[in-house]
Design a protein around this ligand. Structure first.
Ligand SMILES: Cc1cc2nc3c(=O)[nH]c(=O)nc-3n(C[C@H](O)[C@H](O)[C@H](O)COP(=O)(O)O)c2cc1C
Length: 154
């Protein structure tokens, strides 16, 4: 299966999870690309309009993983704006994850995942898995768990 891991990452945490996922999917025999969502310039935490330097094309993938940080208690605006502008996710299996700095449940992880799921489903995508990584001392075990969980989704 051809899998696209589409990532927005400001300080590389989310990207590092994507790399581990890519490795695991490749071990299972999938063809996997990581593609970055890159905004043009700095984006304020609650920005509505985002201009892009790079917007990955997703048509050629059978399955997609979207990864993003949580910003300002919600989905980071570049990923939100990127997902909003995708035309169709019809017939694509999708998994979503976010990374975040704060451990409490109300600090944006569920809100961000909820937004990703809602946008993907509104475009016909089938969201088959989601996860949240809190970037603290337990993160490595959590990332291993996410990778194991996602590796059997597609
Ligand atoms: C502008 C900004 C806003 C953030 N807001 C939150 C937040 O509301 N809740 C949270 O848990 N973490 C928050 N964080 C922490 C990031 O979500 C966390 O460090 C994440 O792993 C960064 O991912 P990245 O390195 O891929 O950019 C924020 C970070 C930044 C830079």
């Amino acid at each position: 299966m051809r899998i696209g891991i589409i990532v927005y990452s400001k300080t590389e945490n989310t990207y590092s999870v994507a790399e581990k996922l890519q490795e695991k999917f490749q071990e299972s025999g999938h063809e996997v690309e990581i593609e970055m969502v890159v905004p043009a310039g700095d984006v304020p935490p609650r920005a509505k309009n985002v201009e892009f330097q790079s917007k990955p094309e997703i048509e050629s993938y059978d399955a997609l993983v979207f990864g993003s940080p949580v910003h300002a208690f919600s989905l980071a605006p570049p990923m939100n704006a990127y997902l909003e502008q995708i035309d169709s996710l019809q017939n694509k299996k999708i998994a979503c994850f976010v990374t975040k700095g704060l451990r409490f449940n109300w600090t944006g992880g569920n809100q961000a995942i909820g937004k990703m799921k809602k946008i993907c489903e509104s475009k016909g995508g089938k969201v088959v898995g989601t996860d949240i990584v809190v970037w603290n001392k337990n993160k490595d075990a959590k990332i291993d768990e996410l990778v194991r969980k996602f590796s059997v989704l597609f």
